[in-house]
Ligand binder design. Sequence first.
Ligand code: SF4
Length: 119
Amino acid sequence: MRELTCIICPIGCALRVYLSDDNKIERIEGNLCPRGTEFATQEILDPRRVVMTVIPVLNGDLPTVSVKTDKPVPKKCIEEIMKIASNLVLEAPIEIGQVVLKDICGANIVATRRVRKVK
Ligand code: SF4
């Protein structure tokens, strides 16, 4: 049995996922709505997360820009994304929502704040 907290809404139901010996989902308990079942199924079979980090910026009014993936990516991709991001350096200006890296693990990395150019 695995215990999870549903993060789909603020109620945060405590979910219990019963698994067979070969790790198949037998039943899910503790959810107040069907979205908890969907969340637990995804979390067990294909867990995903939005990845957030910061990247250095040259010639900007801030030294770094915060970025995130534009959709949740498989958890197994997080290390690869962090490694690639750690080798990036961007040039100002950067706008909110600007794609700074395309198509990594099925997602784009986008800026979450603006960095203005300083001469
Ligand atoms: S199971 Fe439904 S009610 Fe409970 S936390 Fe998840 S979304 Fe909210």
